[in-house]
Ligand binder design. Structure first.
Ligand code: SAM
Length: 170
């Protein structure tokens, strides 16, 4: 891991590979922090030659630091960085890939909020879903029990849920 906040190295690689595999037009990330995961997603978009990632960060100072990193990266054209809360952010259009990586206690709310806009053949990734962190895993399983998503629990160091919206998936 880079630090205690940024996604694990293997999850960063996974993010880029998921992007090059499913070729999303629209990716939404909640919780930019340093912008490292945003840049890995953008690497995938660049390889695809299309799509964009909207990433939100509500902390002003953290947002400003991420902005500097992204502007210096050569990948800024693939990224729309927003300084706002994931629980207030409005996104236009259908979301093909949602990477939920903000504050752990609000992840369930976040998924519920964006769910109507998520492509039923797209993917929802919920980070920090290991059994020791608990809260995100329980949120994902609750959403599954409520019939909203189907989940796969991936045993990465911090845990990663890969999920798909159930409504409209045939
Ligand atoms: C785990 S870090 C994100 C790490 C980043 N995705 C990466 O892997 O490089 C979580 C970030 O989410 C931000 N955050 C927490 N709640 C938020 C919210 N409701 N909306 C936007 N950002 C939020 C925090 O300030 C923090 O910077």
């Amino acid at each position: 891991m880079f630090d205690s906040m940024t996604a694990e190295a293997e999850v960063l690689e996974f993010l880029r590979t998921v992007v090059t595999t499913i070729k999303p037009e629209l990716v939404v990330e909640t919780g930019t922090f340093s912008g490292i995961s945003t840049l890995w997603i953008a690497e995938g978009l660049k390889a695809n030659g299309r799509g964009r990632v909207i990433s939100c960060e509500f902390d002003r100072e953290i947002y400003e630091n991420a902005k500097v990193r992204i502007q210096a990266s050569g990948l800024a054209e693939w990224i729309e960085l927003r300084r706002e809360s994931s629980l207030e952010m409005k996104v236009e259009g259908r979301i093909d890939l949602l990477f939920s990586d903000s504050d752990m206690p609000i992840r369930e709310q976040e998924i519920r909020r964006f769910l109507p806009q998520i492509n039923p053949y797209g993917l929802i990734l919920m980070h920090d879903a290991s059994s020791h962190l608990k809260i995100v895993r329980e949120a994902a399983l609750k959403l599954e029990q409520d019939g909203l998503i189907s989940v796969v629990l991936m045993p990465t160091p911090r845990g990663l849920v890969v999920a798909q919206r159930r409504e409209e998936r045939k």
